[in-house]
Design a protein around this ligand. Sequence first.
Ligand code: HEM
Length: 257
Amino acid sequence: MTSGTSRPLRSADAARSRGPARAPRIGARSGWAWIALSSLAITAFAVVPYLTTSLAELSESGVGVAGTYDGRPAAVQAAFYAHVVAGGIALVAGPFQFWRGLRDRHRSVHRWVGRGYLAAVAIAGVAGLVIAPFGEAGLSGLFGFGTLAVLWLATGWAAYRSIRRGDVASHRAWMMRNFALTYAAVTLRLWLGVLIGAQVLPGGSFDAGAAFANAYAVVPFLAWLPNLVVVEWLIRRRGLPTFRLSPGTETASPLRG
Ligand code: HEM
Protein backbone atom coordinates (compact mmCIF):
# COMPACT_ATOMS: atom_id res chain seq x y z
CA MET A 1 0.00 0.00 0.00
CA THR A 2 1.51 3.26 -1.01
CA SER A 3 0.58 6.86 -1.24
CA GLY A 4 2.16 8.30 -4.39
CA THR A 5 1.80 11.38 -6.51
CA SER A 6 0.17 10.37 -9.78
CA ARG A 7 0.22 13.81 -11.40
CA PRO A 8 1.75 17.21 -10.76
CA LEU A 9 0.39 18.98 -7.73
CA ARG A 10 -1.72 22.10 -8.26
CA SER A 11 -0.65 24.42 -5.50
CA ALA A 12 -3.34 26.43 -3.71
CA ASP A 13 -1.63 29.65 -4.82
CA ALA A 14 -1.63 28.59 -8.48
CA ALA A 15 -5.30 27.65 -8.24
CA ARG A 16 -6.10 31.02 -6.67
CA SER A 17 -4.16 33.00 -9.29
CA ARG A 18 -6.03 31.27 -12.13
CA GLY A 19 -9.18 33.31 -11.74
CA PRO A 20 -12.01 34.50 -9.57
CA ALA A 21 -13.16 30.99 -8.49
CA ARG A 22 -15.86 32.65 -6.35
CA ALA A 23 -18.43 29.84 -6.52
CA PRO A 24 -16.07 27.03 -5.35
CA ARG A 25 -14.87 29.24 -2.45
CA ILE A 26 -18.46 29.79 -1.31
CA GLY A 27 -19.11 26.05 -1.77
CA ALA A 28 -15.97 25.19 0.20
CA ARG A 29 -16.93 27.60 2.98
CA SER A 30 -20.47 26.31 3.35
CA GLY A 31 -19.14 22.74 3.19
CA TRP A 32 -16.73 23.54 6.00
CA ALA A 33 -19.50 25.26 8.02
CA TRP A 34 -21.74 22.21 7.64
CA ILE A 35 -18.94 19.85 8.75
CA ALA A 36 -18.06 22.06 11.76
CA LEU A 37 -21.68 22.57 12.88
CA SER A 38 -22.71 18.94 12.42
CA SER A 39 -19.59 17.82 14.34
CA LEU A 40 -20.45 20.18 17.21
CA ALA A 41 -24.09 19.06 17.18
CA ILE A 42 -23.21 15.35 17.37
CA THR A 43 -20.72 16.00 20.18
CA ALA A 44 -23.42 17.85 22.12
CA PHE A 45 -26.10 15.27 21.34
CA ALA A 46 -24.14 11.98 21.64
CA VAL A 47 -21.16 12.71 23.92
CA VAL A 48 -22.41 15.21 26.53
CA PRO A 49 -25.12 12.92 28.04
CA TYR A 50 -22.39 10.41 29.05
CA LEU A 51 -20.53 13.18 30.91
CA THR A 52 -23.53 14.41 32.87
CA THR A 53 -25.41 11.25 33.93
CA SER A 54 -24.36 7.77 35.10
CA LEU A 55 -24.44 4.77 32.76
CA ALA A 56 -27.08 3.14 34.99
CA GLU A 57 -29.44 6.11 34.70
CA LEU A 58 -28.83 6.50 30.96
CA SER A 59 -29.43 2.79 30.52
CA GLU A 60 -32.77 3.04 32.35
CA SER A 61 -33.87 5.88 30.05
CA GLY A 62 -32.67 3.91 27.00
CA VAL A 63 -30.11 6.55 25.95
CA GLY A 64 -27.58 5.55 23.27
CA VAL A 65 -25.68 2.35 23.98
CA ALA A 66 -25.51 2.91 27.77
CA GLY A 67 -27.37 -0.38 28.36
CA THR A 68 -24.57 -2.27 26.59
CA TYR A 69 -21.87 -0.92 28.92
CA ASP A 70 -23.76 -0.62 32.22
CA GLY A 71 -22.71 -3.67 34.26
CA ARG A 72 -19.61 -4.41 32.15
CA PRO A 73 -16.20 -4.82 33.87
CA ALA A 74 -14.61 -1.55 35.04
CA ALA A 75 -11.87 -1.79 32.36
CA VAL A 76 -14.45 -1.95 29.56
CA GLN A 77 -16.38 0.99 31.03
CA ALA A 78 -13.12 2.96 31.36
CA ALA A 79 -12.33 2.25 27.69
CA PHE A 80 -15.88 3.32 26.73
CA TYR A 81 -15.53 6.66 28.56
CA ALA A 82 -12.01 7.20 27.17
CA HIS A 83 -13.40 6.58 23.68
CA VAL A 84 -16.39 8.89 24.07
CA VAL A 85 -14.39 11.79 25.58
CA ALA A 86 -11.35 11.55 23.25
CA GLY A 87 -13.64 10.96 20.23
CA GLY A 88 -15.59 14.10 21.13
CA ILE A 89 -12.37 16.13 21.39
CA ALA A 90 -11.21 14.88 17.96
CA LEU A 91 -14.58 15.63 16.39
CA VAL A 92 -14.67 19.21 17.73
CA ALA A 93 -10.99 19.99 17.03
CA GLY A 94 -10.80 18.39 13.57
CA PRO A 95 -12.73 20.98 11.49
CA PHE A 96 -10.57 23.87 12.81
CA GLN A 97 -7.47 22.20 11.36
CA PHE A 98 -8.97 22.63 7.86
CA TRP A 99 -9.70 26.35 8.36
CA ARG A 100 -7.14 27.91 6.05
CA GLY A 101 -7.17 31.33 7.78
CA LEU A 102 -6.26 29.84 11.13
CA ARG A 103 -3.66 27.51 9.57
CA ASP A 104 -1.92 30.29 7.66
CA ARG A 105 -2.04 33.06 10.29
CA HIS A 106 -1.51 31.08 13.50
CA ARG A 107 0.84 28.20 12.71
CA SER A 108 1.59 27.41 16.34
CA VAL A 109 -2.16 27.12 17.13
CA HIS A 110 -2.50 24.74 14.15
CA ARG A 111 0.46 22.69 15.45
CA TRP A 112 -0.79 22.43 19.02
CA VAL A 113 -4.41 21.72 18.10
CA GLY A 114 -3.08 19.14 15.61
CA ARG A 115 -1.05 17.39 18.30
CA GLY A 116 -4.09 17.37 20.60
CA TYR A 117 -6.28 16.06 17.76
CA LEU A 118 -3.87 13.20 16.94
CA ALA A 119 -3.47 12.29 20.64
CA ALA A 120 -7.28 12.19 20.94
CA VAL A 121 -7.50 9.96 17.83
CA ALA A 122 -4.84 7.62 19.30
CA ILE A 123 -6.70 7.29 22.63
CA ALA A 124 -10.19 7.01 21.07
CA GLY A 125 -8.92 4.58 18.39
CA VAL A 126 -7.26 2.18 20.86
CA ALA A 127 -10.28 2.44 23.21
CA GLY A 128 -12.58 1.85 20.19
CA LEU A 129 -10.69 -1.40 19.48
CA VAL A 130 -11.15 -2.47 23.12
CA ILE A 131 -14.94 -1.89 23.13
CA ALA A 132 -15.64 -3.14 19.58
CA PRO A 133 -16.13 -6.81 20.70
CA PHE A 134 -18.73 -5.72 23.29
CA GLY A 135 -20.88 -3.58 20.96
CA GLU A 136 -24.57 -3.95 20.13
CA ALA A 137 -23.99 -4.89 16.49
CA GLY A 138 -22.22 -8.21 17.20
CA LEU A 139 -19.88 -9.46 14.47
CA SER A 140 -20.79 -6.60 12.13
CA GLY A 141 -19.73 -4.13 14.85
CA LEU A 142 -16.59 -6.09 15.64
CA PHE A 143 -15.37 -6.08 12.02
CA GLY A 144 -16.87 -2.75 10.90
CA PHE A 145 -15.85 -0.65 13.93
CA GLY A 146 -12.64 -2.71 14.33
CA THR A 147 -11.53 -1.93 10.76
CA LEU A 148 -12.54 1.71 11.22
CA ALA A 149 -10.41 1.94 14.39
CA VAL A 150 -7.36 0.39 12.66
CA LEU A 151 -7.70 2.74 9.64
CA TRP A 152 -8.23 5.72 11.98
CA LEU A 153 -5.00 4.95 13.84
CA ALA A 154 -3.07 4.16 10.62
CA THR A 155 -4.12 7.35 8.77
CA GLY A 156 -3.37 9.45 11.89
CA TRP A 157 0.10 7.91 12.07
CA ALA A 158 0.68 8.48 8.32
CA ALA A 159 -0.40 12.15 8.70
CA TYR A 160 2.02 12.61 11.60
CA ARG A 161 4.92 10.88 9.81
CA SER A 162 4.44 12.92 6.62
CA ILE A 163 4.51 16.29 8.41
CA ARG A 164 7.54 15.23 10.47
CA ARG A 165 9.45 14.69 7.23
CA GLY A 166 8.17 18.02 5.84
CA ASP A 167 5.83 16.58 3.20
CA VAL A 168 2.96 19.08 3.49
CA ALA A 169 0.95 17.73 0.54
CA SER A 170 0.92 14.15 1.87
CA HIS A 171 0.12 15.46 5.37
CA ARG A 172 -2.93 17.30 4.01
CA ALA A 173 -4.12 14.22 2.13
CA TRP A 174 -3.68 11.89 5.15
CA MET A 175 -5.40 14.39 7.46
CA MET A 176 -8.34 14.62 5.05
CA ARG A 177 -8.61 10.80 5.08
CA ASN A 178 -8.26 10.72 8.87
CA PHE A 179 -10.97 13.32 9.47
CA ALA A 180 -13.27 11.59 6.96
CA LEU A 181 -13.04 8.62 9.37
CA THR A 182 -13.54 10.82 12.47
CA TYR A 183 -16.63 12.21 10.72
CA ALA A 184 -18.04 8.65 10.74
CA ALA A 185 -19.39 9.64 14.19
CA VAL A 186 -21.72 12.06 12.33
CA THR A 187 -22.50 9.97 9.24
CA LEU A 188 -23.30 6.94 11.43
CA ARG A 189 -26.11 8.89 13.07
CA LEU A 190 -27.34 10.30 9.76
CA TRP A 191 -27.42 6.81 8.22
CA LEU A 192 -29.25 5.46 11.28
CA GLY A 193 -31.96 8.09 10.72
CA VAL A 194 -32.21 7.28 7.01
CA LEU A 195 -32.28 3.50 7.50
CA ILE A 196 -34.85 3.62 10.31
CA GLY A 197 -36.94 6.14 8.32
CA ALA A 198 -36.86 3.81 5.30
CA GLN A 199 -38.44 1.07 7.43
CA VAL A 200 -41.24 3.40 8.56
CA LEU A 201 -42.16 4.43 5.01
CA PRO A 202 -43.74 1.18 3.76
CA GLY A 203 -46.48 1.64 6.41
CA GLY A 204 -48.12 -1.16 8.37
CA SER A 205 -46.96 -2.15 11.85
CA PHE A 206 -43.63 -0.67 12.89
CA ASP A 207 -41.35 -2.39 15.41
CA ALA A 208 -38.91 0.32 16.58
CA GLY A 209 -36.55 -2.17 18.25
CA ALA A 210 -36.30 -4.34 15.14
CA ALA A 211 -35.87 -1.28 12.90
CA PHE A 212 -32.99 -0.03 15.06
CA ALA A 213 -31.34 -3.49 15.14
CA ASN A 214 -31.59 -3.79 11.33
CA ALA A 215 -30.07 -0.35 10.81
CA TYR A 216 -27.38 -0.89 13.45
CA ALA A 217 -26.24 -4.09 11.73
CA VAL A 218 -25.25 -2.10 8.62
CA VAL A 219 -23.88 1.20 9.99
CA PRO A 220 -20.56 -0.19 11.31
CA PHE A 221 -19.51 -0.24 7.62
CA LEU A 222 -21.87 2.31 6.04
CA ALA A 223 -20.71 5.02 8.50
CA TRP A 224 -17.24 5.28 6.96
CA LEU A 225 -16.86 3.45 3.61
CA PRO A 226 -18.66 6.18 1.54
CA ASN A 227 -16.71 8.88 3.46
CA LEU A 228 -13.44 7.34 2.25
CA VAL A 229 -14.66 7.29 -1.38
CA VAL A 230 -15.74 10.95 -1.22
CA VAL A 231 -12.52 12.11 0.44
CA GLU A 232 -10.36 10.23 -2.09
CA TRP A 233 -12.27 12.06 -4.86
CA LEU A 234 -11.66 15.41 -3.08
CA ILE A 235 -7.96 14.60 -2.71
CA ARG A 236 -7.68 13.88 -6.46
CA ARG A 237 -9.62 17.04 -7.33
CA ARG A 238 -7.19 19.12 -5.27
CA GLY A 239 -4.18 17.44 -6.92
CA LEU A 240 -2.91 16.03 -3.61
CA PRO A 241 -1.00 12.71 -3.46
CA THR A 242 -3.46 9.93 -4.20
CA PHE A 243 -3.71 6.51 -2.62
CA ARG A 244 -2.83 3.43 -4.64
CA LEU A 245 -3.01 -0.22 -3.62
CA SER A 246 -0.46 -1.21 -6.28
CA PRO A 247 3.25 -1.26 -5.31
CA GLY A 248 5.08 1.99 -5.95
CA THR A 249 7.10 4.68 -4.30
CA GLU A 250 6.10 7.92 -2.71
CA THR A 251 6.99 10.66 -5.16
CA ALA A 252 8.34 13.95 -3.91
CA SER A 253 5.62 16.58 -4.15
CA PRO A 254 6.19 20.20 -5.21
CA LEU A 255 4.77 21.40 -1.86
CA ARG A 256 7.55 19.68 0.11
CA GLY A 257 9.46 21.89 2.43
C1 HEM B 1 -13.60 6.82 13.84
C2 HEM B 1 -13.35 5.82 14.67
C3 HEM B 1 -14.33 5.35 15.69
C4 HEM B 1 -14.53 4.05 16.05
C5 HEM B 1 -13.78 2.85 15.50
C6 HEM B 1 -15.57 4.01 17.03
C7 HEM B 1 -16.03 2.87 17.66
C8 HEM B 1 -17.09 2.84 18.54
C9 HEM B 1 -17.67 1.66 19.11
C10 HEM B 1 -17.21 0.22 18.84
C11 HEM B 1 -18.68 2.04 19.92
C12 HEM B 1 -19.62 1.12 20.71
C13 HEM B 1 -20.82 0.83 19.84
C14 HEM B 1 -21.75 -0.16 20.47
O1 HEM B 1 -21.69 -0.41 21.66
O2 HEM B 1 -22.58 -0.72 19.73
C15 HEM B 1 -18.75 3.47 19.87
C16 HEM B 1 -19.67 4.24 20.56
C17 HEM B 1 -19.60 5.60 20.66
N1 HEM B 1 -18.70 6.43 20.04
FE1 HEM B 1 -17.34 5.87 18.69
N2 HEM B 1 -16.00 5.29 17.26
C18 HEM B 1 -15.25 6.14 16.48
C19 HEM B 1 -15.32 7.53 16.44
C20 HEM B 1 -16.03 8.30 17.35
C21 HEM B 1 -15.99 9.73 17.43
C22 HEM B 1 -15.14 10.66 16.54
C23 HEM B 1 -16.84 10.11 18.40
C24 HEM B 1 -17.15 11.52 18.77
C25 HEM B 1 -18.39 11.95 18.87
C26 HEM B 1 -17.41 8.91 18.96
C27 HEM B 1 -18.32 8.85 20.00
C28 HEM B 1 -18.99 7.72 20.40
C29 HEM B 1 -20.13 7.73 21.29
C30 HEM B 1 -20.78 8.95 21.92
C31 HEM B 1 -20.51 6.40 21.44
C32 HEM B 1 -21.71 5.89 22.23
C33 HEM B 1 -22.78 5.63 21.16
C34 HEM B 1 -24.17 6.08 21.51
O3 HEM B 1 -24.46 6.45 22.63
O4 HEM B 1 -25.02 6.03 20.58
N3 HEM B 1 -16.89 7.83 18.30
N4 HEM B 1 -17.78 3.94 19.04
